[in-house]
Design a protein around this ligand. Structure first.
Ligand code: A2R
Length: 315
C-alpha cells in the first residue's frame, strides 16, 4: 500500500480528500498545525508548522511517503490583501521545504503542489477558456504566492528531476467549506433564512462575476488521478470548463431552499480587482489523465445547503 502525506489535512479539501485517497488504496498520513480533525481519528497525524524546514525534513524522513499532496496555505484571497506577508510566507516556504527534501533525500516521492486559477490574474475575454500556457499575472498576494509555488515546482522538476506536478485549481465548494467563501456564505445565509434565524436579506459582494465552480469531490478525484497519471514538471488546470454567474447560483440556492430573499451589497465583500469571468480549459487534464468534473452544480449546491442546515440544526 502506497503512503500519501497530506499537508493542511484539517482544512476543507484535506478532510474531503482523506476518503478519496483511502478509497484509491493509499495509506494516508496528515499534517497540519492545529489539533487533528476528528476525520483523522485512527489515522497517522503529525502536528507542526510547515514553515519550519527542520520539522518538514524530520516528518518526511519518518513518513517516507510515496507522494505528498501539498494543500497547506493561507487559502483566502480576501484575507491575503489584509495579510500579504504571512500569505506569501505560508504560500511559498512550505513548498520549498518539501521540494528541498525531495531533492536532497532523492526519495523519488511525487509532490503535488496545489495552485490556483487566480494565478492567471485578469484574463481578457479572448483568453477564455484559459489554457495552462497563458501568462500568469497574479493580482493578489494569494495568487502571487501560488504563482511562486508553481515556479518552484517547475524549476525543481527541470533542474533536479524532482517529481513535482502542479495544479491551477479553479473554484470549488461543498460541505465543510468555511463561510468566507462565496457559495458557502450564500448557502449558510439561505439556510438561516429558511430556519427563520435571520431576516430574508442576503449580504453579497459582486454577483456579476462568472466562475468555473466545481464540486470538491471532483477536485479531490482530480488530485488522486494526478498522483497516478500527472506528468513530472507539468501544470494542470483543474476545472470544469463551464462557468456560472455567481448571482445565478444564489438564485438557484434560494429556489432549492424555497425562499425569497432581498439582496444587500456589502462593500467589504468587494475585491480591489475582480476578473469578470474565469473559466478554464480542462483539455490537458482530460487528455493526460482522463479526469473530468462530473457532479452537476445543482447537486453541489444542494449538498452545501444540507450541510449548513445540519450545522444550524446542531447549534
Ligand atoms: O491556517 P490554519 O491554522 O487553519 O491551518 C491551515 C493549514 N496550514 C498549515 N499547516 C501547517 N503549517 C503551515 N504553515 C500551514 N499553513 C496553513 O492548511 C488549514 O488547516 C489548511 C488549509 O485549509 P483551508 O484553509 O481550509 O484550505 P482549503 O480550502 O482546504 O484549500 C486547500 C488548498 C489551499 O492551498 C488553497 O489555496 C487551494 O487548495 O485552493
Amino acid at each position: 500500500m502506497e503512503r500519501a502525506l497530506v499537508t493542511g489535512c484539517n482544512g476543507f479539501v484535506g478532510r474531503a480528500l482523506l476518503g478519496r485517497l483511502t478509497g484509491a488504496g493509499y495509506e494516508v498520513w496528515g499534517v497540519d498545525r492545529s489539533d487533528a480533525d476528528p476525520a483523522f481519528k485512527g489515522k497517522r497525524y503529525v502536528r507542526g508548522d510547515l514553515m519550519d524546514a527542520a520539522f518538514v525534513a524530520d516528518m518526511l524522513n519518518e513518513a517516507m511517503p510515496a507522494c505528498v499532496v501539498h494543500l497547506a496555505a493561507q487559502s483566502s484571497v480576501a484575507k491575503s490583501f489584509d495579510e500579504p506577508a504571512p500569505t506569501l510566507r505560508d504560500g511559498t516556504a512550505p513548498a520549498l521545504h518539501i521540494l528541498e527534501h525531495a531533492r536532497t533525500s532523492k526519495s523519488g516521492m511525487r509532490v503535488l503542489l496545489i495552485g490556483s486559477a487566480d494565478e492567471y490574474g485578469a484574463v481578457s475575454p479572448a483568453q477564455i477558456p484559459v489554457r495552462e500556457d497563458t501568462l500568469a499575472q497574479p493580482e493578489s498576494p494569494y495568487a502571487l504566492a501560488k504563482a511562486i509555488q508553481n515556479q518552484y515546482g517547475r524549476m525543481y522538476a527541470k533542474l533536479y528531476r524532482v517529481d513535482a506536478v502542479m495544479t491551477r485549481s479553479f473554484n470549488h465548494t461543498g460541505p465543510g467549506q468555511r463561510e468566507a467563501f462565496v457559495l458557502s456564505s450564500f448557502a449558510k445565509q439561505v439556510a438561516e433564512i429558511r430556519r427563520g434565524l435571520r431576516e430574508a436579506e442576503i449580504e453579497v459582494g459582486n454577483l456579476d462575476v462568472c466562475r468555473d465552480f466545481m464540486d470538491v469531490r471532483d477536485v479531490c478525484d482530480a488530485y488522486v488521478v494526478l498522483l497516478m497519471k500527472g506528468r513530472m514538471g507539468e501544470t494542470y488546470n483543474v476545472c470544469s470548463g463551464q462557468s456560472y454567474r455567481v448571482g445565478d447560483l444564489l438564485r438557484e440556492l434560494c429556489a432549492l431552499a424555497g425562499t425569497h430573499v432581498a439582496i444587500r451589497v456589502d462593500v467589504s465583500r468587494l475585491r480591489p480587482v475582480e476578473t469578470p469571468e474565469l473559466r478554464g480549459d480542462p483539455s490537458k487534464m482530460s487528455s493526460h489523465t482522463g479526469w473530468k468534473a462530473k457532479t452537476p452544480i445543482q447537486e453541489t449546491l444542494k449538498a452545501l445547503l444540507d450541510y449548513w442546515d445540519g450545522e444550524l440544526g446542531r447549534a
